[in-house]
Design a protein around this ligand. Structure first.
Ligand SMILES: NC(=O)C1=CN([C@@H]2O[C@H](COP(=O)(O)OP(=O)(O)OC[C@H]3O[C@@H](n4cnc5c(N)ncnc54)[C@H](O)[C@@H]3O)[C@@H](O)[C@H]2O)[C@H](O)CC1
Ligand SMILES: [K+]
Length: 525
């Protein structure tokens, strides 16, 4: 499913109205109807009491429609407006005038006194304070109301997006409603899917509010949920060469885990032949941990990292295999960093650059543009910050645009790791990954990702699909590990151990709880 920015959604509204004649009032009616139908799924409506909070924009207008439908279904509803109702316009004003003729309480909320008692008496709260029109920090009465909603302990249904969450980023502007359900319209907005907005929204539902597919599937919409194509069927007669051959250039004294996790994850995710070029000095130790991997001991520097003199032999090998992964645990040793830069410039096959390999190009990332074969970068926010020169707080505030811009400028596929990892392509497409959990935020899990992506290419997927599939199945392996162990103490080893099951479930079907999460928002008919 595609995901829209606030501006794109406004343009879709405009097109629905101007090109198809679906009037604003109809869109608002459909939006209110969709929200009401989710409310009716949460619990009974007849003979129950509800409070609807409405702001002065169209989000509030949707709230008026919901109030009308609650009344029609036999519920008792109180509509509290934040601000002067005389400022309401258009379809929102029309819907206010309708509910004013009905026997229900509609009034401007002057202050938050007594709100806790009002909320204690209701079955559920409907949040129509701010939608995608939120433009600044939430303060004053709005803030007090949002805090009261969050403290009331009643089920909360947010209209379009939890009030206070910014539609384009998922950031909470000062404070935000914590909802149990959110019904969004047209398409999910970025803010419905990126943290903290995603978590604040609870269960996410989407209604296309009668937009034609030509609008919500438009190729100009570049952001989407990560739903990669299926795994290729396994060749029953295949040998180890049929499932890919990858080279891992990784490891240094003090970084013994990273090369093992990277090279082993290739095999655990279905890849055929995994070669690991690590410094001679550490090879005996890592061989104990990863005996299925083929070792290519390399000349070490005095510090125990890869020496520059390994360059030509590594280059020849890399250019004879499907794919190279460069970087996990390489270290920041000067000569090793130079080796990384020279290899990145010269390898003519698909190359995934991670960890210290990314650091090696941070001074001059534009060198990636010279590469003729595909490049994949898998930075965590710290590495992304070094790569782009954007500070981590600013980057976290606008992850989509950061990854979109960097992928375009560097001509590389970029996986920005984090909760709901993003995959950005040079042509502007960005995919939001639904799998994974906080237990994966621990050392070594990124190393496991590198081998998983490489294995997907080994199994026959194009590089683009391999990145999407690898990110998804790596997150899913983490989810399977968490189901068994909990998120607190799971480690990269546990993710690695669950990779085979991740592929198995991908082929045979996910446990219900994960299937629901991976399927994306519920469509409201
Ligand atoms: N296709 C769709 O998605 C449809 C969505 N609908 C609903 O319309 C809203 C968007 O409506 P809009 O009027 O543009 O914005 P808001 O309702 O969010 O209201 C903004 C309102 O609030 C003021 N404001 C902004 N920030 C603050 C602040 N921090 N404090 C105080 N006031 C603030 C701003 O100036 C405006 O006056 C969308 O979310 C849907 O719910 C349509 O009904 C159907 C099509
Ligand atoms: K809202």
């Amino acid at each position: 499913m595609k995901v829209s920015t606030v501006a794109q959604m406004r343009a879709m509204d405009r097109a629905a109205i101007d090109c198809y004649g679906i009037a604003e009032e109809l869109l608002m009616e459909n939006a209110g109807q969709a929200a009401f139908s989710v409310l009716a799924q949460i619990g009974p409506v007849a003979d129950q009491r509800f409070v609807v909070f409405c702001g002065l924009g169209n989000n509030g207008g949707d709230g008026f429609v919901v109030a009308r439908k609650i009344h029609s279904a036999g519920g008792t509803v109180k509509v509290l407006i934040l601000g002067d109702p005389d400022r309401l316009a258009g379809a929102a004003r029309l819907n206010l005038e309708i509910i004013r003729r009905l026997p229900l309480e509609v009034r401007q909320l002057e202050n938050s006194a007594g709100l806790a008692a009002e909320l204690a008496a209701c079955a559920a709260v409907i949040d129509g304070i701010f939608g995608t029109g939120l433009t600044r920090e939430v303060g004053g009465l709005h803030r007090a109301v949002i805090e009261a909603i969050n403290a009331c302990g009643k089920p909360v249904l947010s209209i379009d997006i939890p009030s206070g969450v910014e539609g384009d980023t998922g950031q909470a502007l000062g404070c935000a409603v914590r909802a149990d359900h959110t019904v969004t319209f047209g398409l999910p907005k970025i803010g419905n899917l990126l943290y903290p907005g995603f978590a604040l929204g609870g269960c996410l539902h989407v209604s296309h509010i009668s937009f034609p597919p030509a609008l919500y599937r438009d190729a100009a919409l570049k952001i989407a949920l990560n739903v990669p194509p299926p795994l290729p069927p396994r060749d029953h007669t295949g040998h180890k060469g049929s499932f890919g051959q990858a080279l891992f250039i990784a490891g240094a004294a003090g970084y013994l885990g990273a090369p093992c996790f990277a090279a082993l994850s290739y095999l655990k995710a279905g890849g055929g032949y995994s070669r690991l070029a690590a410094p001679q000095a550490i090879t005996p130790f890592i061989a104990m941990k990863a005996s299925e991997v083929v070792f290519l001991p390399q000349v070490s520097t005095a510090e125990g990292s890869l020496a520059l003199c390994n360059r030509d032999a590594l280059l020849a090998l890399a250019n004879s295999l499907d794919m190279t992964v460069l970087g996990p645990g390489l270290s920041l040793q000067t000569q090793t960093q130079q080796l990384a830069r020279e290899l990145i410039a010269a390898i003519e096959r698909p190359l995934l650059i991670d960890g210290d390999g990314i650091t090696a190009i941070c001074q001059n990332p534009e060198q990636l543009r010279q590469r003729r074969a595909p490049t994949v970068l898998t930075p965590h926010p710290g590495e992304m910050s070094r790569l782009t020169g954007i500070g981590i707080p600013d980057l976290e505030k606008d992850r989509i645009r950061t990854v979109q811009r960097a992928a375009g400028e560097l001509g590389a596929i970029i996986v920005l790791k984090g909760a709901h990892s993003l995959i950005g392509f040079p042509d502007g497409r960005v995919f939001i990954n639904p799998s994974g959990n906080s237990g994966m935020a621990s050392a070594g899990s990124g190393d496991v990702l590198t081998g998983t992506i490489a294995a997907m290419h080994g199994l026959g997927l194009s590089i683009e699909d391999a990145v999407c599939k690898g990110v998804f199945l790596h997150g899913a392996a983490g989810d399977l590990a968490a189901m068994q162990l909990g998120e607190d103490g799971m480690t990269a080893q546990d993710i690695l151990d669950h990779l085979p099951q991740s592929l198995k479930q991908e082929r045979e079907g996910w446990p219900a709880s994960l299937a629901q999460r991976y399927a994306g928002p519920h469509i409201v008919a």
